[in-house]
Design a protein around this ligand. Structure first.
Ligand code: M6R
Length: 614
């Protein structure tokens, strides 16, 4: 999704802004641009990569140098195609105000009509352009007001979501930013300030940040900053320390962030459990929810809302909570939940899951649930994110920054958190202390087992060679491994662009079996559990129709060797922890198939890391 960087201070703005844009590339984008203020505004923007923008800047040369104030943007097209003219920043007619914007201005059509009737000429198809003309209009109506007031007045006419930065040669030395819906972080340096849509471009300059809240603006000069609401009420903001290092957002020798993040999983899993799982006493300490644990245990029903991979983690959460704690669970797509007027009572608990903590649909589901009186618990990765701040209680996944668009380590971290929550809910109710200690022991053995699976990376890569040209894939699993089948299929389609479907294995005979022929590879997750023999029958059904079979099986299973074309073995484990193991080979398989096809795995086409629009 779009990325924002702003700088004001004493240093050259352009290199800082460009570097910031590079740090935001992971979010997904299709065009990039920069505006700096050096007497006049200088703007360079175009379709394509930040690298190309840098080349274009070199050609434009001197005009950018010496500027110590600027804004820059990576755009992910929503209104208007990816093109030079639609790239941000956008300028007003005389070119003395520049705006960059994340989010969607919902009433842009009516604003455009109104501004056009006042003689404003639009040069792009974006919703954003109305903002710059609106600010211009407000300023023309009252020439004595400041940039801050012109922005404030303009925002009173705007409906929708925004994270925006505005600079103007009419008031050099001021950077005005505002937020509603789309996140903005302010970085506090020594005599310099940074603004960005997430902390990645800021952490190499300063660890001190201020997160703007919805409906807040900041007016920043070299001398300081002030945060106010859009209604002009001054706000005291807490300064937060960033909890990650620069090296965590770099590739550390791996070819791609996705591969690095897959390989980080054993360490991440240890981090998720650290301080929470106490093996000596067989107990759990979940600080983020301890004050609400009794309320959570008494829930009549738990509803889990999330999107994409986080939704798949939620499905595993359903199985875990129902098995351990015997509380009924429903799992909803956040996007559907918010629009179907769901029945929620104060006796319900809603759990929202989001890696980024900024997903617009999940945030809206959270607000809907809160409005209807439910206790809302969050499971987020990004510390200080909007979802983390708006929930009543919650737990961080502590997976560290996830840069690859395809979620990997965040997924396994979410599943571990859900596993711990399910056990905590069952304590003193449905499971005895010994049983809980046993389940915790199983969990604690997972990181080493994942490390063992990762050592088989090369074998998985050679399986990927055989399937790099496949056009379709079917993923089948049962029980805890059904959500893993969905997740495996999503991983493959989002980074390799191969069509893939996940199904409960038993559903195959109700339709998908019609697709099976020699061109249809089928991945079976066939670990030893109570459905194992049924899955073997499903494998036979595929083989008799000439489908090719890749099986993910428990080590020591010789029977499956004779049935499948390829087998990837995983260490034996109890059912509830198997998703944490079976998903690993599927992540690696997708990664290798995608790289063999020459796809950009870290920044797949059309996708954004954090989906902050509906
Ligand atoms: O940040 P979130 O967890 O809320 O994101 C939800 C989905 O957009 C995300 O999981 C998406 O499906 C990923 N690309 C999956 O790899």
């Amino acid at each position: 999704m779009c990325g924002i960087v702003g700088y004001i201070g004493k240093r050259e703005a352009a290199p800082i802004l460009l570097n910031g844009l590079r740090r935001l590339e992971y979010r997904g984008y299709d065009s990039a641009g920069i505006a700096v203020l050096n007497g006049d505004l200088s703007v360079v923007k175009q379709k394509g990569s930040v690298e190309n923008l840098e080349l274009a800047l070199q050609e434009k040369g001197d005009r950018l140098y010496g500027a110590t104030l600027g804004i820059a943007h990576t755009r992910w097209a929503t209104h208007g195609d990816p093109s030079d003219r639609n790239a941000h920043p956008h300028l007003n007619g005389v070119g003395d105000i520049a705006v960059i914007h994340n989010g969607i201005i919902e009433n842009h059509m009516s604003l455009r009509l109104e501004l056009s009737s006042h003689g404003y000429v639009f040069r792009s198809a974006t919703d954003t352009e109305v903002l710059v003309h609106l600010i211009d209009r407000m300023w023309k109506e009252e020439p004595s007001i400041s940039l801050e007031y012109a922005v404030r007045r303009a925002l009173q006419h705007v409906e929708g979501a925004y994270g925006l930065c505005v600079i103007s040669s009419r008031e050099p030395g001021t950077l005005v930013v505002a937020r509603k819906g789309s996140p903005l972080v302010l970085g506090l340096g020594e005599g310099e300030y940074f603004v960005a849509s997430d902390a990645a471009p800021i952490v190499e300059h300063t660890r001190k940040v201020v997160y703007l809240g919805d409906g807040e603006m900041a007016v920043i000069t070299e001398a300081g900053y002030m945060v106010k609401t859009v209604e002009n009420i001054e706000t005291e903001k807490a300064v937060t320390e960033l909890d990650f290092d620069l090296e965590e957002i770099e590739k550390s020798g791996y070819e791609h962030f996705m591969l690095k993040e897959i390989f980080e999983q054993p360490a991440v899993m240890e981090d998720v459990m650290r301080g929470r799982v106490r093996l000596e006493s067989g107990s759990l300490h979940l600080g983020g929810i301890k004050d609400n644990l009794e309320h959570l245990r008494k829930a009549k029903r738990i509803i889990i809302c999330a999107c994409g991979t986080s939704w798949h983690a939620g499905l595993i959460g359903e199985y875990l909570i129902e098995e351990f704690a015997r509380i009924p669970v429903e799992v909803d797509y956040a996007s559907e939940f918010r629009y179907r007027n769901p029945v929620i009572t104060p006796e319900d608990v809603v759990i929202v899951i989001s890696q980024s903590g900024e997903t617009a649909d999940t945030l809206a589901a959270l607000r809907e649930a809160k409005d209807k009186g439910a206790l809302v618990m969050g499971i987020c990765n990004v510390v200080g994110s909007t979802i983390a701040r708006e929930t009543h209680c919650g737990m961080y996944t502590h997976a560290g920054p996830e840069i690859g668009v395809a979620s990997t380590k965040a997924f396994t971290a979410q599943v571990i958190v859900l596993y711990m929550v399910a056990l905590a809910l069952s304590q003193g109710r449905t499971l005895g202390d010994d049983e809980i200690a046993g389940y915790l022991q199983e969990l604690s053995e997972v990181p080493a087992k994942v490390a063992q699976i990762l050592r088989g990376n090369e074998a998985i890569q050679s399986i990927a060679e055989s399937y790099r040209d496949a056009r379709n894939f079917l993923y089948l699993g049962r029980g805890y491994n059904f959500p893993v089948a969905l997740e495996g299929a999503l991983k493959l389609k989002e980074i390799s662009y191969i069509h893939a479907e996940g199904y409960p294995a038993a559903e195959m005979k109700h339709g998908p079996i019609a697709l099976i022929d020699e061109d249809m590879p089928v991945i079976f997750i066939a670990t030893h559990d109570n459905t194992y023999t049924k899955i073997l029958s499903n494998i036979e059904e595929v083989r008799s129709r000439k489908g090719r079979v890749i099986a993910i099986a428990s080590e020591g299973d010789e029977e499956i060797r004779s049935l499948a074309d390829h087998v990837i073995f995983i260490p034996s484990a109890a059912g509830p922890v198997t998703p944490l193991l079976t998903v690993i080979p599927l992540q690696l398989l997708s990664y290798h198939i995608a790289t063999l096809r020459g796809c950009n795995v870290d920044r797949p086409r059309n996708l954004a890391k954090s989906v902050t629009v509906e």
